[in-house]
Design a protein around this ligand. Structure first.
Ligand code: ARG
Length: 459
């Protein structure tokens, strides 16, 4: 059933329909369009625009339609309707007869589509919130399993200072916690109801919009009709939360690709999450993490696309806004899928604790500890840095680690150096000294881990 045939003398062209119609992707909004319609039926009844019998008939018809959609979510795809809104009306008319023709009284597809999309987005935020928690949980489990394992920490991808594997995992827990916080905040702004704003100027029926918002389980009603029908901030905001979270997953993935590489080699991929090469029999590739890294570009692209779509639009509704859906649907779906595969993959990852420790011991990553040792002997840090650098150079020339230098060699550089320097150069000693808040000292990480667990459980 066309929603706008009256003023037309000729049929619209198939070519135009194929380009214009959105049912092929907006069919996923069906349950939300039905929910919005149910709230609208009650709003019309409250204003005596339909009688109690019509209200009951329409409600029953919408329930029947919802049950059909739940049984077959792809049902609308077999129809030639323009979009999900006309599909719902047409199907309703088929179920309840002509009374369905009253449903669109006082509403527009403009306030309807904005409402549907918000309802869809809210459902997604709850599902994705669960996936974020699951990904966090797998990082926490990994941190607990390898709480005491040591690995090299990097800056510039050069070995810098040793850190605990658990400290590294907790860094990503922090990022995902912030993502969850951002998601929850964006949800508040999304949960506003445009329904009852009409096409742009407000509904011609004096519906109780606060009641509609409440019936839809939303926090409130959008305050301005022009804004309500043309605002897609919530799409942009959620795509931005998704993009940033994907960036976090991408950095995690990049770390893992490197730690599992032949060059670093202190994390080991389980067979269940690896793929091989069709040519090189020895290969075991980290495709899962590379795919996450790759999909990050795709999700961030959807954010850019939406920003560009909205940037030049005059108020109020413009058909450009139909472009708000495919990228949004895909962006949130990719995010959810990546979170879920992270949660799945982490238990299949092992740390070769000996290799990790050996790597942490290489690369003079205790040179800072030597400088700190000299500071402890009263040498100003700037001088201590210089002296420690000289000893690194001496050790490099001999092809030994710092602790491979003899006490005599070291005392040539500064006579405050004594036998206790070897204890200060030990990996554990260095890490234990990083005991200020947020540092990798084992005692600090232990309590950080416990607190992160408690926060996760509180969600
Ligand atoms: N399919 C349209 C969309 O997704 C629904 C709104 C159409 N409104 C209009 N005035 N043409 O944006």
């Amino acid at each position: 059933m066309s929603m706008w045939g009256g003023r037309f003398e000729q049929a619209t062209a198939g070519e135009f329909r194929a380009f214009n119609d959105s049912l092929k992707f907006d069919y996923v909004l069906a349950p939300f369009d039905i929910a919005a319609s149910k709230a609208w039926v009650d709003a019309l009844a409250r204003e005596a625009m339909i009688n109690a019998e019509e209200q009951a008939t329409l409600q029953a018809g919408l329930d029947t339609l919802l049950a059909r959609v739940e049984a077959n979510p792809k049902a609308p795809l077999s129809s030639s309707e323009e979009d999900i809104h006309s599909w719902v009306e047409t199907e309703l008319q088929e179920i309840v007869g002509k009374v369905a023709r009253k449903l669109h009284t006082g509403r527009s597809r403009n306030d309807l589509v904005a409402t549907d999309l918000r309802l869809w987005a809210l459902t997604q935020t709850h599902v994705i919130g669960e996936h974020l928690l699951a990904a966090m949980d797998s990082l926490l489990a990994f941190a607990e399993q390898y709480e005491h394992a040591v690995m090299p920490g990097y800056t510039h991808l050069q070995r810098a200072q040793p850190v605990l594997v658990s400290h590294w995992a907790l860094a990503y827990v922090e990022m995902l916690e912030r993502d969850l916080e951002r998601l929850t905040q964006a949800r508040e702004r999304t949960a506003q109801a445009p329904l009852g704003c009409g096409a742009l100027a407000g509904s011609g029926v004096a519906v109780d919009r606060h009641q509609i918002a409440q019936d839809l389980g939303l926090n409130g009603a959008c305050r301005n009709s022009l804004d309500a029908v043309s605002d897609r901030d919530f799409v942009i905001e959620l795509l931005s939360v998704a993009s940033l979270s994907m960036v976090h997953l991408s950095r995690l993935s990049e770390d893992l690709v490197f730690y599992c590489s032949g060059e670093a080699g202190f994390f080991l991929l389980g067979d269940a999450i690896s793929s091989g090469s069709s040519l090189m029999p020895q290969k075991k590739n980290p495709d899962v993490f590379e795919l996450i890294r790759g999909k990050t570009g795709r999700v961030a692209g959807h954010l850019q696309a939406m920003l560009m779509t909205v940037k030049g639009l005059p108020l109020a509704y413009n058909k450009d806004m139909q472009e708000d859906k495919e990228g949004f649907f895909d962006g949130l779906a990719q995010w959810q899928q990546c979170l879920s595969i992270i949660a799945y993959a982490l238990p299949h990852l092992r740390v070769d604790t000996q290799a990790a420790q050996a790597a942490a011991e290489l690369g003079y990553s205790n040179a800072t500890d030597l400088a700190d040792y000299l500071v402890g002997k009263g040498v100003p840090f700037r001088d201590a840095h210089e002296l420690s650098g000289k000893l690194v150079l001496a050790a490099l020339r001999k092809g030994v680690p710092l602790e491979g230098l003899s006490l005599n060699d070291m005392r040539e550089v500064h006579d405050a150096i004594a036998e206790d320097v070897y204890a200060a150069l030990a990996l554990d000693a260095g890490m234990s000294r990083r005991a200020a808040l947020g540092g990798t000292a084992p005692a600090k990480v232990h309590s950080a881990l416990r607190r992160a667990r408690q926060r996760a459980q509180a969600h």
